[in-house]
Design a protein around this ligand. Sequence first.
Ligand code: HEC
Ligand code: HEC
Length: 441
Amino acid sequence: MHHSRCSRAHVARCLLAALACVAGVVHADPVTAWSDAERSLLQLLWIGNLPPLPPSPGNRHADETDAAVLGHRLFFDRRLSVNGEVSCATCHVPDLFFADGLPRGRGIGETARNTPGIVGGAYSPWLFWDGRRDSLWSQALVPLETAEEHGGNRSRYARILVSDPVYRSIYNSVFGGLPDLSDTARFPPDASPFATGKARDDWLAMREDDRKSVNRVFANLGKALEAYQRRLVPGRSRFDDFVESLLDDRPSDALSADEIAGLKLFIGRAKCVTCHLGPLFTNHAFHNVATPDPSARKPDYLPGIVYLFMDKPDPDRGRYDGVRQALESEFNCLGEYSDAQPSDCAELSFAATDHRTTLGAFKVPSLRNVSRTAPYTHAGVFATLGEVLDHYNEPPDAPVGHSELQPLHLDERELAQLEAFLHSLDSTADAPAELLESPFQ
Ligand code: HEC
Ligand code: HEC
C-alpha cells in the first residue's frame, strides 16, 4: 500500500525528527516548532493572560450582585421600548453570542451599523464601533433613546422603574432615593432632550432639578445594565488549551495541522497581531482598515453617470466623530452622573483626537467567537470570514482617511488555514447559565 512505502526523503525526515527529540526539541516539524518570540506572542493571546475586570470608576455599584440582578431583568425587558417589543436581547441574542446574525441591527427600525457581541465588553475602555461612549453604563443609555432601536425616552423608563414593585425594591436597595414622579405636570410621561415634537418640548419645559432627577434614574438604569454585562466574560477555547500545553511543554492535539499553520500566519506573515493582540484578540484601539462603506455603493439600477452627479450620503467617519461625542456626553466619566474622580478618567482626558489617526478608524473587535458572529465589520459588509480575509489579502483604498493595510500575498491554502485557525477561538461565555437566558421565562 502507498503509505507503507518509505521513501528516502521520508527516512531522512524521520531520522531528523528522532535526532531533534534526542536534543530535547519537542517537535522538529517547522509547522509545530515555536521560537521564543512566537511563544511570547502566544502567551499574550492566551486567556490565562486575561487580567481581572478593570474597575468602572464611574459606577460604584458595578460589581454588586443586586445591581446585576436588576440589570439582567432590564436587559430582557421589552417594556423598555416605544412599542413594548424591543429589549437589549432583541439584538444581543444570547444564543447568537449576543449578536444578531444581521448585517445591521434591527429594532423599531434598522440601525446604521452591525451589532457587535458584548461578551468581554467590560474590558473595553471605549464602547461602540466609533468609541462614542467611555463606559458600559453610559453606552446602554444610547440605544434606549435611539429611534431605530428601543425608541423610548428616559422619562418613560424612569416611570417603569418607579411603578414596577420588583424594580422599585431592588433599585432602592442598590441606589436609594427613587424619586416620586407622580406629579405629571412636573414629570411628563414622555420627555427627553433627544426626543422630537411634544416629548422634546415637555423636556425643555421641565425644571432643571426635575430633569436632573430623571437623568439620575436613567444613569442608574445604565449602571444596573453594566453590572449585568460585566458578568459576561469569554470562556476558554481550543486555542487556549493548545497554548497552555505548549507553555507547559506538553504535547497537544487541541489544534489540527491546518489550524496551527493558520495560527503561525496570524502571529507572523499576515500581521494580524498588530491590532488583534491580547487575550481578547484586540488592542482596544481604533484603526483604519479600509472597510467598504455600504452607503457609498452605487445601486445596480442606477447608470454610473447618474450616480456620479448625485448627492451621496457622508461616509462613516468612525472614531473622528466618536471621540468628539464621547467628550461631549453628559454621561461620560467626568460628568455629573459619574461616581468617578477626575483623576480616574485618564482615558477620556487623553483621548487621541488627531484626525490623521481617527478619520475612518473603527474599534478593533475581539476575535473570540468570531466564527459565530457573521456578518462582519461595523458596516456588516462581509458575509463570511473568507470575505474578510480576501479583503485583508488585497485591501482596497479607504473610503475615508488612510488605510493602514498592505497587501498580504497569501495563497488560497494559506487563507483557508487562517480561517481554520479563527474557528479554534470558539467558546461559550464564562458565566452562570441563568445569566445567558431571560429571567422572565
Ligand atoms: C436594534 C438593535 C439593538 C438594540 C435593541 C440594542 N443594541 Fe446594543 N448595539 C447594537 C448596534 C448596531 C451596536 C453598534 C452601534 C455602533 O457602534 O454605532 C451596538 C453596540 C452595543 C455595545 C457596544 C459593544 C462594543 O464592544 O463596543 C454594547 C455594550 C451594547 N450594544 C449593549 C446594549 C444594551 C445594554 C442594550 C439595551 C439597553 C442594547 N445594546 C440594545 C444594536 C442594538
Ligand atoms: C491595522 C489593524 C488591523 C489589522 C492588521 C488586522 N485587523 Fe482585523 N480588524 C481591525 C479593525 C479596526 C476591524 C473593524 C473594522 C470595521 O469595523 O470596519 C477589524 C475587523 C476584523 C474582523 C471582523 C470581526 C467582526 O466581528 O466584525 C475579522 C474577522 C478580522 N478583523 C480578522 C483579522 C485578521 C485575520 C487579520 C490578519 C490577516 C486582521 N484582522 C488584521 C483591525 C485590524
